[in-house]
Write a protein that binds this ligand. Structure first.
Ligand code: TXA
Ligand code: MG
Length: 341
C-alpha cells in the first residue's frame, strides 16, 4: 500500500488556496489527507465515502471498533449527520464552536457504519484552525478524521510527526507547524440522560457546566490508547517538594541502570541543577500557563520514546482547567505509578 505522500507546507494563518485546492481534490477523489487542527493533526477522508474512510483505518492500523470524529466547517453541515439535534447541543455549538469540543449525537442514516463503528451515535466537531476550515470548505464535504498517528503512538502535534508515522501510507500531509493546543478535543456525549464527558481537553467540565448544568464524567474506560515506551511515574504534591522527590527517584533508577527522563516545568528547572542528573530532561512550559505545557506534552513523550528512555518521571501539575486534561493523560500513562512528594 505504499505511495508517495505529497508534502504541502503552509502558513497556519493564511492557507495558500492552490495548495488547499490540491488537497481538497485528493479528498474528493477518495484519498486521505493529514491536516492541522487547533488540537492535534487529523487524518481526513470524505465522511460519505466508505472506501476512503476504510483507508484511514488501514493507514493507522486502527481497530475497527473505534469510531471517528466528523469535522465540519459550517453549522448547516450538521443536518446531514444527525437524526436529531438536542437543544443542549445547540447551546454548546453556539458557545464553543469553532473550537476543541466534540459532541456525540444521534447519527443520521447517511453516515456510514464504518465511521461510527456501527454505533447509533456520531462524534462531530468544528475545528477553528484556518487550514482545517479552508480544507473542509473547499472539499465541500465533512471530513471523518482521527488523530494522524499510527495506532498506539501519541497524537501528532506537528506535520513532521505525521510524516514519521504515516509517510508512504497516506496521499498527502499539510504541514502548518505546531498545533496550537497540543491535546485532543474534549468529547461530550449528549445522547445520555445526563451529558457525559468521555475525554478531557482544553474545554473543562466546569465550562461545560456553565452552559449545561450538571455533567458526568466517564473517562476513557475501554480504550486502547497510546502508552510511552518508558514507564511513566507521576510525582504529585506541593511544587516545592516535587523536584526533591524526583531527584531521589532519579538516584534509585540510575542505580538500577535505567535510562531516566524528567518532565519538568520552567519554574522547577533550576531545582534540578544540583544532585542526581537524569539522562534527559524536558522543560514542558510554565505552571502559570498550563496551555504551554499541553502544547509540549506529546512532543516531549515522542522524544523520550525515540531516546529510548526507560523511566519517565513527570511532575504533577495543578488539576484545573486544561491542567486537569493534562493530568488525566499523565495519570493514564502512569496507572498505579503515582508518588506523593
Ligand atoms: O482533537 C481531536 O479530537 C482530534 C482532531 C483531529 O480533531 N481527533 C481525535 O480523534 O483525537 P481520535 O479518533 O484520535 O479520537 C476520537 C475520540 C475517541 O476516543 C473515540 O472513542 C471518541 O472520540 N468518539 C468518536 N466518536 C464517538 C462516538 N460516536 N461515541 C463515543 N465516542 C466517540
Ligand atoms: Mg487518536
Amino acid at each position: 500500500m505504499l505511495r508517495r505522500t505529497k508534502y504541502l507546507k503552509m502558513d497556519p494563518q493564511v492557507p495558500e488556496i492552490h495548495k488547499i485546492r490540491l488537497a481538497a481534490r485528493i479528498i474528493q477523489r477518495g484519498g486521505v489527507v493529514a491536516f492541522p487542527t487547533e488540537t492535534v493533526y487529523g487524518l481526513g477522508a470524505n465522511v460519505f465515502n466508505e472506501r476512503a474512510v476504510r483507508k484511514i483505518f488501514r493507514a493507522k492500523g486502527r481497530p475497527p471498533d473505534k469510531p471517528l470524529i466528523v469535522h465540519i466547517a459550517r453549522f448547516r453541515e450538521i443536518r446531514n449527520l444527525v437524526s436529531y439535534l438536542p437543544p443542549k447541543a445547540t447551546l454548546l455549538m453556539k458557545r464553543f464552536w469553532p473550537g476543541p469540543l466534540t459532541l456525540v449525537l444521534p447519527r443520521s442514516h447517511l453516515v456510514p457504519d464504518i465511521v461510527t463503528a456501527g454505533q447509533d451515535t456520531v462524534g462531530i466537531r468544528m475545528p477553528s484552525h484556518p487550514v482545517a476550515q479552508a480544507l473542509i470548505k473547499v472539499a465541500q464535504v465533512p471530513l471523518a478524521a482521527p488523530s494522524a498517528n499510527i495506532s498506539g503512538r501519541p497524537s501528532p502535534t506537528t506535520g513532521k510527526h505525521v510524516l514519521k508515522d504515516l509517510a508512504g501510507r497516506i496521499d498527502a500531509v499539510i504541514d502548518a507547524g505546531p498545533a496550537p493546543l497540543g491535546l485532543e478535543s474534549t468529547v461530550i456525549d449528549l445522547t445520555s440522560p445526563v451529558p457525559t464527558v468521555l475525554r478531557l481537553g482544553a474545554i473543562s467540565p466546569e465550562e461545560l457546566e456553565m452552559v449545561l448544568g450538571k455533567v458526568e464524567l466517564a473517562l476513557g474506560a475501554r480504550e486502547r490508547r497510546y502508552l510511552p515506551r518508558g514507564q511513566v511515574y507521576v510525582v504529585t504534591g506541593p511544587v516545592s517538594k516535587i523536584p526533591e522527590k524526583i531527584k531521589e527517584l532519579i538516584g534509585q533508577f540510575r542505580a538500577q541502570g535505567k535510562r531516566v527522563a524528567v518532565l519538568a516545568t520552567q519554574e522547577t528547572v533550576p531545582l534540578y541543577l544540583e544532585g542526581p542528573q537524569p539522562h534527559h530532561m524536558e522543560i514542558l512550559g510554565s505552571r502559570e500557563e498550563p496551555r504551554s505545557i499541553a502544547a509540549q506534552l506529546f512532543q516531549a513523550l515522542r522524544r523520550c520514546d525515540s531516546l529510548q528512555m526507560e523511566v519517565i518521571l513527570a511532575e504533577g501539575i495543578e488539576s484545573r482547567g486544561i491542567g486537569r486534561a493534562i493530568m488525566s493523560r499523565l495519570l493514564n500513562f502512569a496507572g498505579s505509578r503515582v508518588i506523593e512528594a
